[in-house]
Design a protein around this ligand. Structure first.
Ligand SMILES: O=C(O)C1=C[C@@H](OP(=O)(O)O)[C@@H](O)[C@H](O)C1
Ligand SMILES: C=C(OP(=O)(O)O)C(=O)O
Length: 405
């Protein structure tokens, strides 16, 4: 349990803001396919990236990805394309996160894959790649973009290359663009236009690469700024012109009372006036939804949200987790229909609250900024290691009294 004492003036620098695990995990896969000798700078110390770093070269027969979605999906494609027979497994939650769409695509390509436990879910057993059977695959775009990114990254290594036709709604599109962009950095030609991705067979080229800071992690500092009485927070190594779709947090938080400006190479966050209601579609930035929901509830801002569907299959069912925990501060997340949610803000905040985290790093990190308004307890605080291992240390550096028990 992490106990935080109310602190409503925040001034300083989040010096340990991590590098993006999404970017790092792509660079690690592509570098391995390129021969593995590129200099990769600023790799994240996040557990998801540390897992990828270790597992991509592992000679073990059983690969445990723990709770890392990208590591699971990207390695499934990587070990398939490189014809390494492996069993990939993970936490009990990972065994509930779907992988059937990716496995079906790999099977169509010519990979023999079995499900040792439940059809459509990890663990999976990669038996062998029998040779490429097709170079054209139709794939749903609405469950997880990670399946598409995984296939794109191995496509140059496939003898016939690969065309992917994305069907239905495409979610998390910026993550697909990010994949294309990092592939191009490593010398690959990729075309992603409309709903079609085309990647010819080709060799990746080794090239030095530096990972940007993580915009999803930065979102929590926007939340601290939005909720504090006074704030001036500096964030290092962030680029406004980012590969990361979550940099859209600048526009969302502009409506929620945060001004963000580049100053001397750092992003400076200060307070400004805010709207009384916000309408936002999270289809392309699902990882920001928890941060924004907490800020809206605490600041009395009504939310009209769409694009939350994929939240149900992340580290936890994030819709259910938000509904439970927002209630504790007087907020309500109401499902209007399968695509629309209304967020009712709090009329009166409590003086203290204790939050469960559901083994989800983003539950812990999204609720912590409430410390600017009340005493906060966060259960199982070490979940942050997935993406931002130094989160609590960064909070301490802002003089927020913190005890662990
Ligand atoms: O490709 C990536 O790095 C990611 C894609 C998104 O997942 P979905 O595509 O499943 O929405 C996002 O939620 C996840 O944190 C990271
Ligand atoms: C959904 C997330 O990660 P993943 O799907 O890679 O486990 C996340 O970091 O919020």
């Amino acid at each position: 349990m992490i106990q935080l004492k109310q602190t409503n003036v925040l001034k300083g620098t989040a010096t340990r803001l991590p590098a993006s695990k999404s970017i790092a995990n792509r660079a690690l896969i592509i570098n391995a396919l390129a021969g593995g000798d590129a200099e990769l700078h600023n790799l994240s110390d996040a557990n998801d990236t540390q897992l990828m770093l270790r597992l991509v070269n592992s000679k073990d027969a059983i690969i445990d990805v723990e709770d890392a979605g990208t590591t699971m999906r990207f390695l499934t494609a990587f070990f398939s394309a490189t014809n390494q027979s492996k069993i990939l497994t993970g936490t009990s939650r990972m065994k509930e996160r779907p992988i059937g769409i990716l496995v079906n695509a790999l099977r169509a390509l010519g990979v023999v894959i079995n499900y040792p436990e439940k059809d459509g879910y990890p663990p999976i057993e990669i038996v062998k790649f029998e040779g490429q059977k097709t170079n054209h695959i139709n794939i749903r775009g609405d469950i997880s973009s990670q399946f598409i990114s995984a296939l794109m990254m191995i496509a140059p290594a496939l003898p016939q290359g690969l065309t992917l036709e994305l069907e239905g709604k495409i979610g998390s599109r910026p993550y697909i663009e990010m994949t294309a962009s990092i592939m191009r950095h490593f010398g690959a030609s990729v075309d992603f236009t409309g709903n079609k991705v085309t990647v010819p067979h080709q060799a990746y080229k080794s090239a030095p690469f530096t990972v940007e800071s993580d915009w999803s992690a930065a979102s929590y500092w926007f939340a601290f700024t939005a909720l504090a009485k006074e704030a001036e927070i500096l964030l290092p190594r962030l680029s406004l012109n980012s590969l990361q779709g979550d940099s859209v947090v600048v526009q969302i938080m502009d409506q929620l009372g945060v001004q963000a400006k580049m100053e001397n190479g750092m992003l400076k966050l200060t307070k400004k006036a805010h709207a009384s209601e916000i309408t936002w579609d999270f289809t392309h930035c699902p990882d920001l939804a928890q941060t924004i929901a907490v800020v809206c509830v605490a600041k009395g801002i009504k939310g009209n949200f769409t694009g939350l569907e994929s939240l149900r299959i992340k580290e936890t069912d994030r819709i259910a987790a938000l509904q439970n925990e927002l209630k504790k501060i007087g907020g309500e997340l109401i499902e209007i229909d399968t695509e629309h949610w209304t967020l009712i803000p709090s009329k009166q905040l409590p003086t203290h609250a204790s939050f469960a985290t559901y083994k989800d790093h983003r539950m812990a990190m999204a609720f912590a900024p409430l410390v600017t308004l009340m005493d906060v307890a966060v259960d199982k605080g070490d979940v942050v290691r997935k993406s931002y291992p130094n989160y609590w240390n960064d909070l301490k550096s802002f003089q927020i009294p913190l005890t662990e028990s």
